[in-house]
Design a protein around this ligand. Structure first.
Ligand code: SF4
Length: 346
């Protein structure tokens, strides 16, 4: 894992080998405190660890204080173009996000730096395809993104500000990977990674998993956001699954087979029901739902607990060993009971 310096964002320590965090952004109107708080609380419930809200106007700035009071995770204000919105937001949030390139000029960015110092608030800076500096626009996009970002990193450092998180986001996977790999050799600030404007649910999930997964597997990335044109809850679920798939986060792992002509049970229905009923389980356990006993227990030998379809029955097995035969109707409840027992022992 790439060693980065630690940046404190409210109660969350980012970088320096701390667990990689999963974050999202509200799609509500920030000025509507009630709706925004409700969405954040829902996101907290599914594992969101930091939340960002857009601050497009002064009315939204006023809401920040109220929102902060009613939530439990660090609050990040996302500001574009208007440095006055950044200055007004800083006292009420745990971090801000700006693209210095669209703030207007160095004097305005300097004012933001002074305010951040005053309140000891970190800032995420960086560039995306829309905020590449003109002087670098002739370069290949990944290089232009890195150069635009580095220009501002140096500006913050010249102004003795190091409380930085860096994000470079391109809308293609390969550009995102290339640019993040390059910046990771140039700075030791925590990196926020993600593929921006990844798209609607299905293509977005694939692009984000490949982009984020590839970087994380190389030890690059300290906090992640899966960007989807979908409910932000899906972003958090996907982010957590990416971390689990890479062994970077412990938790429940459901192993289920794709089914074939040998299947003796409704794998899809049972697996979905088990997944739903164990949604709050955040301890390490692997649960298998396999269609048949021919390959099931063997293929899922490493699972802590599992079921497989048998002849007119369901086989319940633990670490590959069959422990009992039950009726399909009882399968879900029997499996849930065994899961409880395994969890009690752990
Ligand atoms: S576990 Fe059995 S039912 Fe499932 S895919 Fe393998 S052979 Fe087919």
């Amino acid at each position: 894992m790439r060693m980065t310096r630690v940046v404190k964002v409210g109660s969350v320590s980012m970088g320096g080998g701390n667990p990689i965090t999963v974050q999202s952004m509200c799609d509500t109107l920030t000025k509507n405190v009630k709706i925004t708080v409700n969405q954040i609380l829902e996101l907290e419930d599914v594992g969101c660890e930091l939340i960002r809200v857009a601050v497009p106007d002064m009315v939204s700035v006023k809401s920040l204080k109220e929102i902060k009071k009613q939530i439990n995770i660090p609050l990040i204000a996302d500001i574009h173009f208007d440095h006055k919105l950044a200055l007004a937001s800083i006292p009420y949030v745990d971090k801000i996000r700006i693209n210095p390139g669209n703030i207007g000029n160095e004097r305005k960015v300097k004012e933001i730096i002074e305010k951040l110092k005053e309140y000891n608030v970190p800032v995420r800076i960086g560039a995306n395809s829309g905020s590449v500096e003109k002087e670098f626009s002739h370069l290949p996009r990944d290089e232009a993104l890195v150069k635009s970002t580095m220009k501002w990193v140096r500006f913050f450092e010249e102004n003795e500000f190091y409380n930085l998180v860096i994000a470079i986001k391109a809308s293609t996977v390969m550009e995102t990977i290339k640019a993040n790999k390059a910046i990771s050799t140039l700075v030791d600030y925590p990196l926020h990674i993600g593929v921006t404007e990844a798209g609607t649910r299905y293509p977005g999930l694939v692009k984000s998993s490949v982009g984020i997964g590839s970087l994380l597997s190389q030890g690059i990335g300290d906090t992640i956001r899966v960007s989807l044109t979908a409910n932000p809850i899906e972003e958090i679920r996907a982010g957590i699954e990416i971390l689990k798939a890479l062994g970077l986060r412990k938790g429940k792992n459901i192993i289920s087979c794709p089914t074939c002509a040998r299947s003796g049970i409704n794998v899809k229905k049972i697996a979905e029901e088990i997944d739903k009923k164990t949604k709050n389980l955040n301890k390490e356990i692997s649960i298998a739902v396999m269609g048949c006993a021919v390959n099931g227990p063997g293929e899922a030998k490493h699972a802590d607990i599992g079921i497989a379809g048998g002849k007119n029955c369901v086989i319940l097995f633990k670490k590959g060993k069959i422990i009992k035969k039950i009726d399909e109707k009882e399968a879900v409840n029997a499996l849930l009971k065994e899961i409880d027992e395994v969890m009690d022992k752990n």
